[in-house]
Ligand binder design. Sequence first.
Ligand code: F6R
Ligand code: MG
Ligand code: MG
Length: 363
Amino acid sequence: MITLSVVKADVGGYVGHSSMHPDIIDKAKESLEREKRSGLLIDFHVTRCGDDLQLIMTHGLGVDNERVHKLSWDTFLECTQVAKKLKLHGAGQDLLRDAFSGNIRGMGPGVAEMEFEEREAETIIIFMADKTSAGAWNLPLYKIFADPFNTIGLVIAENMHCGFRFDVQDVKEHKRIFFNAPEEIYDMLVFIGAPSRYTVKAVYHRVTGEIASVSSTERLSLIAGRYVGKDDPVCIVRCQGDFPAVGEVLEPFTMPWLVEGWMRGSHHGPLMPVSVAESNPSRFDGPPRVIAAGFQLSGGKFVGPRDMFDDPSFDEARRQTNQIADYLRRHGPFEPHRLPLEEMEYTTMPQVMKRLEGRFENF
Ligand code: F6R
Ligand code: MG
Ligand code: MG
């Protein structure tokens, strides 16, 4: 069995929150290379989406392994030192706890991990987003695994006609429920259509029980109890064979749907599919970005990545993103560009309210 672990954190931005300094990536590679030589990791790939550092690793130790989580944590700490030396913005911003105690979950970084028997050809796409929150994958995962208008394989491929099983989590109450698609999609959409509260954690093949997808669902603000930056989530999807084809997995990203995030984590904005090189959210700290790294796995070794959105067939989505961004920006501080009060993670409301308390009159 192979375990694929993707662990990510913002350890400091360059310039502002728009991108990442190359020295951070080099430091992370150095740290993971050491542990590849020691035998802990089979292989690794380090990349970034905007200002988020992405550690993509394979090993044989299963999910939630203490040594792999500790390695990730220590790598983020080492990279934070580099960020501090360069005085990058928000050095160590996602490292919310002082001491590592067995598992990196709940400490700030985002985690998506899955364990599986490597197939004859193991095709994987890892989606990584910046300037948005954990529920951003609900819509594409629904389209990929439950919508026949997106995934024709659900209709005409015998090995997918059975549908998929969704693990949906209530991130506020820490409860989960499983839904079978297609017969329970109306019930499921009641929940996953509200992505700030309910997130799709994983998807499974209905017949084989094989894991098809897993995403990071950590909500930074719920961990920290205050605004500390957006979750900037990741999502792993296995493709081909019993799973949707690469093209079916990428297809939802031709529509720049609205997500929470953007400036100060307090706005709705369109999610723009871009190449790694173009994942530098700078206009109004956005618009939110998503990148896709494609790999074939060979004995746990990464063959790749291919930069899947580095493709002119996503130009139209990028153009639409800019049009939607223009339109939304003209709303300035008004909803629905600005998030509703209860969803805003960055607000002066309590202070302003307190200062004006005495001036409110009954009418
Ligand atoms: C959004 C984000 C940025 C910052 C903004 C202010 O997720 O990271 O939009 O919220 O640039 O940043 P600070 O408070 O660090 O100056
Ligand atoms: Mg940042
Ligand atoms: Mg970020």
